[in-house]
Design a protein around this ligand. Structure first.
Ligand SMILES: C[S@@+](CC[C@H](N)C(=O)[O-])C[C@H]1O[C@@H](n2cnc3c(N)ncnc32)[C@H](O)[C@@H]1O
Length: 244
């Protein structure tokens, strides 16, 4: 669960180009001749993609489970009249309106650790989409979670923040446990430590496709991340497009 990490998230995600990600989403809208008006962004985090969607003029609703992440999102988004921010859970959200598109990026879907809950999420997304509506999301691939992130340790020594990210891949349930330790320099030049634990579930591409089918999506496509190529066995990010 994102707690204090929320306040460092943008600093540590500085390598991710959210504008490019936004342009990829726009190219998906164009490819499927679907220019939505009402967009729902699930697990919006600190609002990095939401910001570009807001700038793009979409009528945007975005939500996340973590109030800390939402407070960072609020700082970026409160000036936009076309944006609503909510605190909800992907598994059982209820917004009482339909959207032309639902989007969730940056492996937020891997945070759903149980297949049954993922199916509930997909059914719920389906219920919130208009006819012809388009659902766009990505996952960290099974390959990436097992062979690149799993059982590996990463260290980042940034300006005023040092962090250690230790990961364990549990073969029994395909869940990667992330143990994050942050050391943040305070105003007295002392490092303050805090820790967080996160879990991502590794899903196979065909498992996700099957769950989308069970949730009654009519047309389902999957791509190697940020492209329109088929995913391969070494794809690290798989992007899905599912149409009602
Ligand atoms: C890796 S971050 C991605 C955030 C954002 N989409 C981005 O691109 O930066 C994953 C996000 O998923 C959120 N999240 C995890 N489980 C959730 C759930 N069940 N419902 C809603 N949000 C959830 C977390 O709070 C976090 O903000």
């Amino acid at each position: 669960m994102y707690n204090k990490f929320a306040y460092l998230y943008d600093e540590l995600m500085v390598d991710i180009d959210y504008k490019d990600w936004y342009l990829y989403i726009k190219s998906i809208f164009e490819k499927f001749c679907n220019e939505p008006k009402k967009v729902l962004e699930m697990a919006c985090g600190t609002g990095n993609l939401s910001y570009y969607l807001a700038m793009g003029g979409y009528d945007l609703t975005c939500f996340d489970l973590s109030s800390e992440m939402l407070s960072m999102a609020y700082n970026k988004l409160h000036k936009f009249k076309n944006v609503k921010i909510l605190n909800q859970n992907m598994i059982d959200f209820n917004i009482n309106q339909k959207f032309d598109s639902v989007i969730s990026i940056c492996d937020s879907i891997n945070y759903i650790q149980d297949r049954e809950d993922l199916l509930l999420t997909f059914k719920n997304v389906r219920e919130h989409l208009n006819d012809g509506g388009i659902f766009i999301f990505d996952i960290n691939s099974y390959y990436k979670l097992k062979h690149i992130i799993g059982n590996n340790t990463f260290i980042e020594d940034g300006e005023g923040v040092f962090y250690v990210w230790q990961n364990y891949f549990d073969e029994s349930d395909d869940i990667v446990e992330f143990y994050l330790s942050f050391f943040v320099l305070d105003k007295d030049d002392k490092y303050i430590r805090f820790d967080e634990q996160h879990f991502e579930k590794a899903y196979y591409t065909n498992e996700i496709v099957e769950l989308l089918r069970q949730a009654s999506f009519r047309e389902i496509h999957c791509y190697d991340g940020f492209t329109f190529n088929e995913p391969n066995e070494k794809s690290e990010r798989v992007n899905f497009v599912a149409i009602v």
